[in-house]
Design a binder for this molecule. Sequence first.
Ligand SMILES: Cc1cc2nc3c(=O)[nH]c(=O)nc-3n(C[C@H](O)[C@H](O)[C@H](O)COP(=O)(O)OP(=O)(O)OC[C@H]3O[C@@H](n4cnc5c(N)ncnc54)[C@H](O)[C@@H]3O)c2cc1C
Ligand SMILES: NC(=O)c1ccc[n+]([C@@H]2O[C@H](COP(=O)([O-])OP(=O)(O)OC[C@H]3O[C@@H](n4cnc5c(N)ncnc54)[C@H](O)[C@@H]3O)[C@@H](O)[C@H]2O)c1
Length: 509
Amino acid sequence: MIGCNYYRGFLSRHSIDNTYKLYRITVGTGQSGLRSHRFMAMTSGKNTTNYDYDYFVVGGGSGGVRSSRIAAQLGARVALAESKQLGGTCVNVGCVPKKLFCYASQFRELFHDAHGYGWPKIDMNYNDHNWKKFLESKNAEIQRLNNAYEKNQKDNNVEIIKGRATLKDSHTVVVNNKEYTTKHILVAVGGCPIIPNIEGREHIITSDDAFFLEKLPKNVIIVGGGYIATEFACIFNGFGCEVTLILRGKTILSSFDEDIRAKLTDELKKNGINIRYQTEVERIEKSSDDSFRVKFKQDKTPMDTNLVMFAIGRHPNTYNIGLDKAGIKTDDNGVIKVDDYSQTTMPNIYAVGDCTDRKALTPVAIQEGHYLANMLFGNQQPRKVDYATVGTTVFSEPAIGTCGLTEQQARETYGVDGYDVYESTFKPMFVQLSKRDRKSYVKLIVDRNGQQRVVGIHLMDHAAPEIIQMCSVALRAGATKDLFDHTIGIHPTSAEEIVQIRTKREKKN
Ligand SMILES: Cc1cc2nc3c(=O)[nH]c(=O)nc-3n(C[C@H](O)[C@H](O)[C@H](O)COP(=O)(O)OP(=O)(O)OC[C@H]3O[C@@H](n4cnc5c(N)ncnc54)[C@H](O)[C@@H]3O)c2cc1C
Ligand SMILES: NC(=O)c1ccc[n+]([C@@H]2O[C@H](COP(=O)([O-])OP(=O)(O)OC[C@H]3O[C@@H](n4cnc5c(N)ncnc54)[C@H](O)[C@@H]3O)[C@@H](O)[C@H]2O)c1
């Protein structure tokens, strides 16, 4: 198997089928019951001497690190158990290395663009790219972050306990056979990639492995159409690999706005990414030359490839950590049930981040963990995270950014006559001289009633990730279309399109 799997230490791919069976724990706790428990638990506060700690955090990823540090700053006695490296998915096998991979993969096009601006033409030979050197630099940067995280926790008096934690009961956590008692527990164990139960599954790599490949493949099949599949299709494509995306359904990024999906699909195809729709992998066979033959259920023509990557979602790391012993209920997939304030079915135990069913994004896990620490140890009123206006980006090439309602959600919320759509497709200035065939796109959805608030913004542009951040502030503030129209743009930018669109688009049915 290629590379190392960050999580394989405690949840091997071969245990996953069993995991699913064991996940089928009885559930059915209503949210109202959860809420009343929260206020009981909150009478607690800190410095309860009967326990070893006031707060024991299981999992040192985005949510756990933030929550433990804030709690300690507020005076709580805090322990943090981490079975791998501090920083969790985001730092080790998620956002951070992914963004570095995106940057690295984009130079091919940038060198091409440079020629249009008068720089000498560089004949790119992919073999010239030093993959090993790049991975070494990437690994060094991750190591730097791991160390910085550890120092920051220690400087704030968080006691780090290295090892896999399990719950013995609702006030006892066990790590390396040692028991620790605690007033409150936070479960912030994150998730890991799903690997399907198909013949040849041992040949599958996931995003965890993709960050540690020994060399780039000549061609790659990526199964899935979500964030990770789309981002890695662009990364491998940028490095010159031949990429085929295998979609179970009819579209990539099915939870995104229909127009942004269509526009991005056009760009991916222009970049040379092949997409096969409504196709499912039946099995994977290893060939004598170390390549793989992938057979499909629907189309009987197999494909030969050097690498098969699955990115079909993630499941929580909640298997066999004693949740049942501590009285914590999960759904059938092992997702921890929580109320609006991250309280589980056990009043003194909380859960944040990817092991709950909210938005699986780093800043979301961080805010959930931060609000929780404030609530428990900062004498602050409980505060709900506003999930409706979370801005998010897919770091594709070009990138997309989205915030608020999709058109489909606007249709369901306001009815087909209750909203307006404003849109603009344009060629970004940067590619004019290089003649790169590239489009950008802006779409605003406006609530037609009342004050005409902007309720959805969808962008496709290389600057979309930076622009959408401020759009989410505007949406949270309830900005109206009139406010956008009378805000002066910054010229020449892609962002100015957002305050300049005046033409309503005909509604599609
Ligand atoms: C490839 C990829 C790219 C991504 N890109 C982005 C992005 O660009 N932007 C974005 O916002 N989000 C991105 N995400 C999502 C983001 O990484 C997660 O939403 C975020 O890391 C969730 O934080 P968390 O604290 O819930 O869990 P995690 O960060 O997963 O942390 C959980 C930690 O708990 C530890 N752990 C698990 N079980 C135990 C145990 N029993 N005992 C002790 N420790 C344990 C794990 O080792 C891990 O360190 C990406 C994810 C992936 C996979
Ligand atoms: N840029 C970012 O912020 C970023 C990047 C990567 C990941 N993430 C987070 O991590 C989460 C996980 O990412 P992901 O891409 O694994 O999941 P995802 O939920 O985004 O996408 C999963 C995809 O797999 C498809 N799928 C599911 N089961 C399948 C099957 N059996 N066969 C074929 N296709 C199947 C789904 O239709 C969907 O298109 C994301 O939802 C997101 O919250 C965020």
